[in-house]
Design a protein around this ligand. Structure first.
Ligand code: ADP
Ligand code: ASP
Ligand code: MG
Length: 600
């Protein structure tokens, strides 16, 4: 028997016609011999309207009551969907998240799934029912209703598919998960902003994870985390047609032939910087601990190199979390004798692609496209398969269009197959089913799969680069012009000046320094450039590395405990890398591996 999980988003069930169309899709899947679970979101703008209702009462609605309110949107949808299916002559039963045993932690409004019990769903399925489950919601261990964060119905759908596939009653069950929405697939960027955006036939889990986490609102990033962790192939497709959508699957070689597959933007970002913190071990830990204690996801992190015993830590958070972040950081900044600055008028534009691992010059191309539009880069961070830049909010749309054009994203990705790639159903690519099944006990626990260290990268730092469009580009053009591959880039703006650090292979570090100095001289002002090659870079790999606030916290906490100073940090959904001094590299590696239980 095959199980099909179908998820219908808010716009797909906004009116009666939409509900009936969705019901027909579910019935068709059932009549083809599948078991069917349908996950539905709140209709149309219901969730937004509910938030508005709360605001009419109070500026700061209590999170528990907010969840009580928000969960009602999905409850309307499941009842209507069950009625629709029954009216078309098929058996159906609706359940809230709590009724199917979706147990979450108690972080109201952004709860994480701890476990799901499958018995009630299985019983209904065996009874021949189409099972309809409310997306986006669960309950905590004290029976309080919780919600999973905006867009969380995707996560409900994938989590249900995962648990049905892997729990003790269903190992080996063939599972498919279709995400029906108002677009016919995943596009190279949001087609509402960039009309030239192109639908992709397929995208890898890592790329989609990264794209979603840097703003591609088409999928909830945590749903991709589940899909990857539990081997659930996904298809994003249109509610309004039967056309083939976009497959989200394990990485294939053709996907790496071009460096960039997509671009995304987060319009409402906020930049925070703490300037003049003591440059010693444990300070980043204190800062990020404070932020993550409130469950705020720290986004771009740019910790610049210390001078005169002081360092600046710059990072971004989502704009709607700025006030809480400031609330916890102001006292800490005061205590450290540092200054806290923030700016909510910034947006983040990112490019993503698995091919970035093997292609050079990607950052340079992106910066050139932005500079050509006279857009200033407020902050830069790079990851394994993404590059993000922070721009002024008024430049955001223009910036997204410019990078989309620069990477020719409107053109088909090299060798993209005409037919969807084979899914992994039934096969476990190199992963042990037992291990996966055991993870179900803590479904959304972080999964750090490996930590390794490398000492072959050195670091160049330029202090006090005047903050003007093009300065950064000139440096990378000069470096790339000599075939030097730049790995990590961190730029942090303080006042009118930016500190820029980047890593290059040690054999080329002197040449890179020379080139950087030449450019610095041409730019003028008093720029100081330095190089150091006694670094070790630690790579912590896994899924959900950035959105699980606990991962960075654990990394910083572990290093702080060992008295290890962090020189540079980069985060992405699949990798957090930190640079420490070479003599502390081994200790850092051993303590992190122990902290994440990798040597057990
Ligand atoms: P649903 O209610 O079905 O969950 P969402 O509004 O959450 O739908 O997601 C679909 C929307 O995501 C599209 O209408 C589109 O504007 C937006 N979007 C953003 N980035 C992308 C992208 N890369 N590809 C496709 N759609 C995108
Ligand atoms: N209804 C929720 C929201 O609007 C969940 C979802 O649509 O996925 O965010
Ligand atoms: Mg959505």
């Amino acid at each position: 028997m095959r199980l099909v999980v179908q998820k219908f988003g808010g716009s797909s069930v906004a009116n009666a016609e939409g509900v009936m169309a969705a019901a027909r899709k579910a019935i068709r899947a059932k009549r083809m011999g599948n078991q069917v679970i349908v996950v539905v979101s709140a209709r149309g703008d219901t969730t937004d309207n509910l938030i508005e209702l709360a605001r009419e009462i109070t500026e700061k609605p209590p999170a528990r009551e907010m969840d009580m309110l928000l969960s009602t949107g999905e409850q309307i949808s499941i009842a209507l969907m069950a009625m629709a299916i029954q009216s078309l002559g098929e058996k159906a039963i609706s359940f809230t998240g709590a009724q199917v045993g979706i147990v979450t932690d108690s972080t109201h409004t952004k709860a994480r799934i701890k476990s799901i019990s499958t018995s009630r769903m299985r019983k209904a399925l065996e009874d021949g029912q189409i099972v309809i489950v409310a997306g986006f919601q669960g309950m905590d261990e004290d029976f309080n209703i919780t919600t999973l964060g905006r867009g969380g119905s995707d996560t409900t759908a994938v989590a249900l598919a995962a648990v049905m596939k892997h729990d003790s009653q269903g190992p080996g069950l063939e599972v498919a998960c279709d995400i029906f929405t108002d677009v016919d697939g995943v596009y190279t960027t949001d087609p509402r902003i960039v009309p030239e955006a192109r639908k992709m036939e397929a995208i890898s889990y890592d790329e989609m994870l990264e794209l979603a986490s840097v703003g591609a609102g088409v999928m909830h990033s945590r749903s991709i985390e589940f899909a990857k962790k539990f081997d659930v192939p996904l298809q994003v497709r249109s509610s309004f047609s039967d056309s083939e959508g976009t497959w989200i699957v394990p990485e294939k070689e053709w996907m790496t032939l071009v460096p960039v597959c997509g671009a995304a933007m987060v319009r409402e970002e906020a930049r925070i910087s703490i300037e003049g913190v003591p440059d010693k071990p444990g300070i980043s830990h204190q800062v990020f601990n404070a932020v993550s204690s409130r469950n705020i996801v720290v986004d771009m992190i740019a910790q610049s190199v210390g001078t005169n015993g002081k360092a600046n830590i710059g990072f971004t958070v989502h704009a709607n979390e700025l006030s809480v972040a400031v609330e916890v950081l102001q006292p800490l900044a005061d205590e450290l004798g540092a200054k806290l600055f923030y700016d909510a008028q910034v947006s983040k534009v990112s490019v993503v692609g698995a091919g970035m691992r093997s292609h050079t010059g990607v950052a340079e191309k992106m910066f050139a496209a932005l500079v050509a539009e006279n857009i200033n880069l407020r902050m830069i961070t790079t990851g394994d398969i993404k590059i993000s830049v922070l721009v002024n909010k008024e430049d955001a749309d223009k910036a997204l269009g410019a990078v989309h054009r620069a990477f020719n994203l409107e053109k088909t990705r090299a060798q993209e197959p005409a037919s969807p790639p084979a899914t992994t159903n039934g096969k476990k690519y190199g992963r042990d089913l037992l291990a996966i099944t055991q993870q179900l006990a803590s479904m959304e626990e972080i999964l750090v799969s490996n930590i390794h260290a490398s000492t072959d990268q050195g670091r160049i730092t330029l202090f006090g680069l005047p903050d003007r469009p093009g300065n950064c580009l000139k440096i990378f053009q000069a470096i790339a012009g000599h075939g030097i591959v730049v790995d990590m880039i961190v730029q942090n703006l303080s006042g009118e000046k930016a500190d820029l650090s980047f890593s290059v292979p040690i054999p080329q570090i002197q040449k890179a320094l020379e080139l950087a100095r030449e450019v610095a001289k041409a730019i003028g002002a008093d720029i100081h450039a330095s190089a150091d090659s006694d670094n070790a870079t630690l790579y912590v790999l896994g899924v959900g590395m950035r959105s699980h606030t606990g991962v960075a916290r654990k990394i910083f906490g572990t290093l702080a405990q060992e008295g290890i100073n962090i020189l540079m940090i980069n985060t992405s959904e699949t990798c957090i890398s930190v640079v420490v001094s070479q003599k502390q590299g081994e200790l850092a590696l051993a303590s992190l591996r122990a902290a994440f239980g990798l040597d057990a």
